[in-house]
Design a protein around this ligand. Structure first.
Ligand code: CP
Ligand code: NVA
Length: 300
């Protein structure tokens, strides 16, 4: 694995297979695993945005790998008062062994990784959320036994960090991704590939789908656009009608947090087809595997 994980372009197919194998092993043997690649190491976790899953799964995961996690609220750091990202990267590289960061600007994370001499893992930016999508792919593999050729439909905000990351995942794995989104929130042109289709009709998009996936309509940092987003994206709510258009055993995915009655109907979110908590659990196992492989790679 490369030193840094900023988006899924940093992952090869070979890396992905190794992540899945290690994650599956750590998941199965969680209570007994004696795998401590972070023993004696401290990982700083810089958060400029709210988090439930990412913060907790990384903190617990780092602990279970033998390391020490430091939660760093970005608004309380000097970077919030004008210290440069590069100076911050230089200083933190002298204390820490790795950085996990959730912030707004993806360019800031690229700059941090460029200057830091220690690994940097993106825990969400406005543009990408690679750790989430690795957990999603593991979940698909667990349920379908494969990823290549599976049809996933992402409905809603086609311009979100989740959709951007799913588009990279489709190219990486050969999964077929259909993005059901309106023109205003259409998927990014530069991320389109032969594995991605854009469709404006949500029910037509859902036809023959193995998985229906959605994300909030108002991502963190976009609160000023709430009214407009909720109005324009309303027809893309993952509804029982959409689920009925999909394959008989289709599953529902959501990165969470969910807003019932906005991007997903409560009857879908709370139905047996919903595997969102398996998906959330896999964040822990996949991130442990990612950190383990990054730190094993540094030893070589
Ligand atoms: N899915 C996800 O990243 O959740 P949090 O925002 O709670 O970390
Ligand atoms: N697109 C959402 C994902 C939350 C995990 C956001 O950025 O707020």
């Amino acid at each position: 694995m490369k030193k840094d994980l900023l988006n899924l372009n940093d992952i090869t197919r070979d890396d992905l297979e190794k992540i899945f194998a290690l994650a599956a092993d750590l998941k199965k043997n969680r209570a007994t695993a004696d795998y401590k690649p972070l023993a004696g190491k401290s990982i700083g976790m810089i958060f400029a945005k709210s988090s439930t899953r990412t913060r907790v799964s990384f903190e617990v995961g780092i602990y279970e790998l033998g390391g020490n996690a430091l939660y760093l609220d970005q608004s309380k750091m000097q970077v919030g008062r004008g210290e440069t990202v590069a100076d911050t990267a230089n200083v933190l590289s002298r204390y820490l062994h790795g950085i996990v960061i959730r912030t707004f600007s993806h360019a800031d994370v690229q700059e941090l990784a460029r200057v830091a001499t220690i690994p940097v893992v993106n825990a969400l930016t406005d543009e990408y959320h690679p750790c989430q999508i690795l957990a999603d792919l593991l979940t698909v593999k667990e349920y379908s036994g494969r990823i290549e050729g599976v049809k996933m439909v992402f409905a809603g905000d086609g311009s979100s960090n989740i959709c951007n990351s799913l588009m990279l995942a489709a190219k990486l794995t050969g999964m077929h991704l259909t993005v059901a989104a309106p023109e205003e929130y259409r998927p990014r042109k530069d991320l389109m590939s032969e594995f991605v289709t854009w469709e404006t009709d949500p029910v037509r998009a859902a036809e023959n789908a193995d998985y229906l996936y959605t994300d909030v309509y108002v991502s963190m940092g976009f609160e000023d656009e709430s009214r407009e987003r909720l109005r324009i994206l309303k027809p893309y709510e993952v509804s029982a009608k959409m689920m009925a258009a999909a394959k008989k055993n289709a599953k529902f995915l959501h990165c969470l947090p969910a807003h019932r009655g906005e991007e997903v109907a409560a009857e879908v979110m709370d139905s047996p087809a919903s595997i969102v908590f398996d998906q959330a659990e896999n964040r822990l196992h996949v991130q442990k595997a990612v950190l383990g492989l990054i730190f094993e790679g540094l030893k070589k």
